[in-house]
Design a protein around this ligand. Sequence first.
Ligand SMILES: C[S@@+](CC[C@H](N)C(=O)[O-])C[C@H]1O[C@@H](n2cnc3c(N)ncnc32)[C@H](O)[C@@H]1O
Length: 492
Amino acid sequence: MFPGILNFNLLLKQVQADAFADPAKPFTYAELGCGHGLTVTMIAAANPQAVVYANDFNPSHIVGARKLADAAKLKNIHFFDDSFEEFLNRDDLPAFDVVSLHGVYSWISEENRKLIRDFLRRRLKPGGVCYASYNVLPGWAPAAPMRKLMIEIAEGEKAKPIPARIDSAIDLLNSLQKTNAGYFKANPLLGTRLEAMQKHSRNYLAHEYLNRDWTLFYHCDAAREMAEAKLTFAAPANASDHVDVVNLTVDQQQILADIADPALRETVRDFCVNQQFRRDIFLKGLLNCSSQEQVNALLNQRFALTLPRAGLSLKGNFPVGEVNLQPTVYEPLADALAERPQSIREMISKEPLAGTGYQKILQALTIMISMGQVSPALADKQAREAKPSCDRLNAVLLERARTSADMPYLISPVTGSGVSADRFSQLMLLAVRENKPDLADFVWQILSAQNQRILKDGVTLETPEQNLVELRNRAADFTGKQMPFLKQLGIA
Ligand SMILES: C[S@@+](CC[C@H](N)C(=O)[O-])C[C@H]1O[C@@H](n2cnc3c(N)ncnc32)[C@H](O)[C@@H]1O
């Protein structure tokens, strides 16, 4: 959902969206169904030149989101506790350059999907960008009956709270699996899925499995629906989806190359990778830029490491299996980015990457992005302008970590996007900001005052000594590995 990431994915498909062509230009951004609003608040902080709007009909989500944005003194974000229908009918909204919806389109009624399409039709500018994620077939096909059973069980236990209903449903599914029920025998991968499912929070499971509305799309059908709002599929929002060699066999690439219709091609591609969740970028009025404009924009695009240099791996897991990345390209690339965020143009202007070639570097960066090791970064001037608002939001998130683990992210003014940081990392960074000499002790004071203990490998560490030993290990890790890259990302 972050503008820089949308822009990069669009550029890979030779599309230069108006909203992102000039990074200094103000743009308008809306998120529909923003939930607690953290992502859209980070977008506002990282893009002070933008004006951001968001709605969610759950008023407590909106109250929390407003509190967060107000605490960070963000003046460029506006939250509304509107339904999609109310939001659509407001007369105080601008036309939007970007509209995003994440975790929404598959989980609402047809009537609400139509309201969203009306919103896009009326409120998204020509040339505007829409990000939408949704559940897809064929990936979901084997597990859909599992959901049906969960719904039926949960419906039958209405008196119980939701987590208890989910537990009953999972218990029954586990028992069925143990009896080697035909459904599990016919779908051997379901066991792994059932196991993985149990690691998710009950909140997530309630959203995914017990929501009344739940539509699985084939990409071609989703694209047809979006066409009603005059939108055309432009690019996947996942960097890894752009690199065929790690997703498709040579024969699959050939089958796809022979399909002229883009919607059918994407749908067949979903069969190749057994896709179950898509993040798509649509455009209102798809216009390709020239390949020269594309190359220029990608040469000037900056990139930054999002993991410590020492933590980067040269092995990646992709749909085609485990892939060993070429050290001769990836090592110098990682070294260059560990020095400082930079553009491909800068990297190929000097040794050791001078002879490597733009295409090879771009592909390597795309793969590193898909592995969560690299991110597109803001232009230097934008990063400087975003720093004060990102600092303020980060300060609020760090304060929040004193009592809560519910927002384990920070915003980087360098990449303009969110970075995962669990509560311990957040508290240790807070300790650094407050010049505390002993990070572990600082965190332990906070935890012990709230009677909290660390859970390690499923076991609660009971004594203060055990907790402090664990915290000292984590503090060493934080100082040695995380701090350098938090500094590099403009967060520390
Ligand atoms: C799964 S959450 C996704 C939240 C957020 N986009 C995210 O990715 O974290 C879906 C959100 O859509 C909101 N929602 C569902 N139906 C809605 C409607 N008709 N009008 C406004 N918001 C709605 C829900 O309240 C919920 O917060």
